[in-house]
Design a binder for this molecule. Sequence first.
Ligand code: HEM
Length: 400
Amino acid sequence: MTIEAALPQPFNSAHFVDPHRAYARLREEGPVHQVALPDGTPIWLVLREADVRAWLTDDRLSVNKAKSGNGYKGFSLPPALDANLLNIDPADHLRLRRLVSKTFTPRRVEALRDGVQAAADGLADVLARCMETNGAADLVSQFANPLPLVVIGDLLGVPEQDRKPFSDWVTTMFDPQGREDMANAVDSIHHYLVELIEQRRHEPDDRLLSALIAVRDEGDTLTEDELVSLAFLILFAGSESTQHVISGGLLTLLEHPRQLGALREYPALLPDAVEEILRYAHPNQMAIRRFPTEDIVIGGTRIPAGDTVMLCPASAHRDPQRYPEPDRFDIHRTDKSHLALGYGVHYCLGAPLARLEIQTALGTLLRRFPKLSLGVPADQLRWRPSFRSHVVKELPITAG
Ligand code: HEM
């Protein structure tokens, strides 16, 4: 029997519905656990807030798979999508991040506010019509999914009709019916981006992708794989998590009517409510993967160089050593810091945009639908069967 086969595999169907129960049990047993992912990949799971925060800024943890000692065999993208910020250590990381950081500064993002609001209003019209005709609408497919796609698609220069197919491939990539299904989705994403880049090379526009193509073609600061990977990362990261925070955020508010009432009464609480949603309902469970470049000790556990470490902010956010009553959703919390958008050099590039979109989305929904309710009992909601993200597949809502 291999060591891997003997490892516990905590990511079962109960975990997909309520990961926090499993994290709480594991955290009580110890701060770090060696477990297997569903595909058998052995990982070290780091659960406590102090450890996750400290190790996010420790350069003995690399993001580069090449630092994996025994040849990392877990989830991987082909090199033409993988050469992105999330998998590159300094100094190459800084070179690439500089190319896109100006587009996402708080000032540049603030200039997008009216456009984001107009997109949210348009989608709220769609929801209203659907609720009027059918009695219910699906917040995920009719609002939370399209909103960030419109915003990041416009910014990058992705034609409107291509956004939904891209998003469907990403969903299949994370929730495939089988290995072949996943490989086909990854292939489709890759081919699509290569074609789009070729098209923009011949017919440039004034959007970010054309600007990056110009950087690539005018100098030697960007390889072709890096260009495709950067386009992939921005389109994928700019739409995937944001939609899940919008739907998970609304679900959390509907499940906490007193907090929702307070927010309806004092809309100025919205930014605080969004920070608490990011802490309490953070959708990304197993997204922060690192490889130690030397033997290290986390929480008293020795981890050999080259093993796979997963830093788990979703667990850190429920750590009672860090947050009083961590399982209580409370938009009045005075301590608003969290790790949902990362920390350190890989801190989320799109953090100001994510906040603007989530605040606009939830603010619009609450203003527009004063009696918004869940269309099915919460225990009938279907969750994505994934250890990577805790997200609802659909969120039926009614106008009350
Ligand atoms: C609520 C929504 C979002 C969440 C929860 C989120 C979360 C994160 C986290 C945790 C990281 C760091 C990962 C790591 O350290 O391994 C990250 C990085 C990143 N995010 Fe976001 N993100 C969100 C929205 C966005 C948006 C709207 C964009 C748009 C551009 C974006 C672009 C990026 C990029 C490019 C990186 C890589 C940064 C780097 O490695 O330097 N994200 N995000």
